[in-house]
Design a protein around this ligand. Structure first.
Ligand SMILES: [Zn+2]
Length: 306
């Protein structure tokens, strides 16, 4: 067998997982059917974030009872899950976001193992769509040799998002805490070159799958909507990054949004849309695989996992 860089990686991984000393991990998957799309979420692992990253800019007196009711300790680090969505329809196998890869946090970057457990190989993926360019969504797009992990796929990102991360001024304007995000995104997008297609708000990516511009978390953040009537799904990416406050008070600002005021108004509008139209959502950082419904509760909303 000719050893290429790509099958070297795969055979090394296979040798590692076949080691007798390693316990087999049970991979969580959640699957639903929406119209003619088979929808699955796969875990890329978890992140570890300082609580202030989410809660810091909020009204602390008003926040306290919400966290108490949710059983969340204000100062404890947050460990949100990362749910990558996989869609299958006809010949298309579509991945929405690519996980964090090997260079971000040790507890994330497990998507390839989750795909393998689901019987899906990297070369099966026909389309990679990005909600946005943050590390936990984009950095898994390249392998250890800086080649496309999903090498048969067309890669698709919103035009505003792509232009933002490719703009050399972004690394200086984004703020010190996120400067590495900008460098990491630009390097990966430059490496992918013309493998990336830019799309606009409202674009139909494949038949029945539409992009919806939802700015604030990042400038060009996209949600992806599919289905119609009583059978609709919205992949909401990072419009809601935590289930404790994001549903109860969607109009509150959170430190996880780059433009906090715009993120809050986008979130409030999307929660209204999803509750009014009874749309199933998938949130990248929501619990139980991230799939559920948004229902009205008091002045806000509640997430009910599927
Ligand atoms: Zn994000």
């Amino acid at each position: 067998m000719q050893i290429t860089r790509r099958n070297l990686i795969l055979s090394t991984a296979a040798a590692a997982v076949s080691g007798l000393a390693l316990p087999r991990r049970a991979w969580a998957q959640t699957t639903v059917q929406i119209g003619d799309f088979e929808v699955m979420t796969l875990s890329d692992g978890t992140l570890t974030l300082p609580a202030d990253f989410i809660f810091g800019p909020m009204d602390q007196a008003a926040l306290a009872p919400i966290l108490a009711e949710a059983g969340v300790e204000r100062s404890a680090p947050l460990t949100p899950p990362c749910n990558v969505t996989l869609l299958r329809k006809g010949d298309a196998t579509i991945l929405i976001d690519t996980g964090a890869g090997f260079a971000f946090q040790d507890s994330a970057g497990q998507l390839l193992d989750a795909l393998d457990a689901a019987g899906i190989a990297p070369d099966d993926i026909t389309h990679v769509l990005f909600t946005h360019g943050h590390p936990d969504h984009l950095w898994g797009v390249l392998d250890d040799f800086d080649e496309a992990t999903f090498f048969n796929a067309e890669h698709i990102m919103g035009d505003i998002e792509y232009d933002y991360w490719m703009d050399p001024a972004t690394i200086n304007s984004i703020g010190e805490a996120r400067a590495s995000f900008a460098a990491g995104a630009a390097r990966r997008l430059e490496t992918l070159g013309d493998q990336v297609t830019r799309i606009a708000d409202g674009a139909e990516v494949i038949s029945g799958l539409r992009a919806q511009w939802t700015p604030g978390h990042t400038p060009g953040h996209l949600c992806f909507a599919l289905g119609d009537g009583a059978d609709q799904l919205m992949i909401i990416g990072d419009v809601v990054t935590n289930d404790h406050v994001g549903f109860a008070r969607p109009d509150w600002i959170t430190g996880s949004d780059q433009d906090e005021a715009l993120g809050a108004s986008t979130r409030a509008r999307l929660m209204d849309q999803c509750a009014s139209d009874d749309i199933t959502i998938i949130g990248y950082h929501l619990p139980n695989g991230g799939i559920g419904k948004v229902t009205r509760a008091g002045d806000g909303y509640r997430f009910e996992a599927a």
